[in-house]
Ligand binder design. Structure first.
Ligand code: ADP
Ligand code: MG
Length: 297
């Protein structure tokens, strides 16, 4: 599905590069301003899965939406953040002040599962039509057989039976709906995949079914990913490194082990205590690498 001959995806294997990035929300009159992300710096490398963890309101969704290319796009009344400081480069394209055309070119290469992705499925379309929709929004004349094949492959890859293709979203369980949303976000074979709270709203018993699919697909397809969650135990199973956000600021970035090894920041101290008490599995988190302060990244 990806354009052949595409190039210039990343410089030196860096897919996302944020430097001193700040994002604010403005009221229509611009009298009210709220800085939700404040001076954030980090890199996402090719093939890496980076977690973003933090309490509710710490700026995770604002950051993810900006990386997905949604910041600045709707104006103040659009309810989206606006990049007001620093820089955010995705595939070596600067997102601050990006033109509509360049944004469209860029977002085709990004799969974005929004926080309410499963609720955003179109209730009037079948599962197959929901998953295929991004293909036809991009190219109305795309071969329908080829699209059907891509949809079936992906639905199978997220471990859903092909019998659900003709069903409608309301007929599915929460876990199935989320996996359909996941398939939809991946149908254009993105180079970068962003998942915002991928298991929120999914029944406890089937959370693993949804979560396990992410590292599986990442290995099969080789995309780079950012997974956002307020649940540390969730993230440790799927990420290589994590960035800890508090009040819009990165207070630590690195593997879980390195983050909790010698925590200085009070928030990291409480994280270390939680890890000690609950004994999280290390999962993909390889536990190496020193804690890097956001500014040194
Ligand atoms: P998280 O995803 O970590 O819960 P968010 O990125 O949703 O955090 O929100 C970060 C901060 O920005 C919060 O203080 C929140 O109230 C504020 N915020 C989020 N969306 C908007 C919006 N559309 N307009 C104004 N403020 C917002
Ligand atoms: Mg959020």
């Amino acid at each position: 599905m990806r354009d052949s001959g595409e190039h210039n995806q990343a410089r030196d294997g860096v897919i996302v590069s944020a430097r001193d990035l700040s994002i604010e929300y403005r009221s229509v009159s611009s009298r009210f301003r709220h800085t939700a992300v404040c001076g954030v710096s980090f890199d996402l490398r090719e093939g890496e899965v980076l977690g973003v963890v933090g309490d509710s309101g710490s700026g995770k969704s604002t950051l993810a939406a900006a990386i997905a290319g949604l910041a600045d796009s709707g104006g103040p009344e659009g309810g989206v953040g606006s990049i007001c400081g620093g820089s955010l480069r995705v595939f070596d394209t600067e997102l601050r002040g990006i033109s509509t055309r360049a944004r469209r070119r860029l977002t085709v290469k990004i799969g974005y599962l929004a926080q309410d992705g499963a609720q955003q499925l179109n209730p009037r379309l079948t599962v197959a039509e929901n998953v295929a929709e991004p293909i036809f929004l991009r190219d109305r004349r795309f071969d329908s057989r080829e699209a059907g094949h891509a949809v079936a492959t992906l639905v199978d890859a997220v471990h859903l039976p092909l019998s659900i293709l003709e069903r409608q979203p309301f007929e599915l369980s929460s876990g199935q709906r989320q996996r359909v949303a996941l398939a939809r976000a991946l149908i254009l074979e993105p180079i970068l995949f962003l998942a915002d709270e991928p298991i929120s709203g999914v029944d406890l018993m089937v959370r693993h079914d949804v979560l396990d699919v992410i590292p599986e697909l990442q290995e099969a397809r080789g995309f780079s990913a950012i997974v956002v969650s307020s649940d540390l135990a969730v993230l440790t199973q799927v990420v290589d490194r994590m960035a800890v956000l508090q009040g819009g600021v990165i207070v630590g970035i690195g593997s879980l082990n390195s983050l909790v090894a010698s925590p200085e920041h009070p928030y990291l101290k409480s994280l270390a205590r939680a890890v000690q008490e609950q004994g999280f599995p290390s999962g993909r988190d390889r536990g190496d690498g020193p804690l890097q302060k956001s500014t040194s990244q």
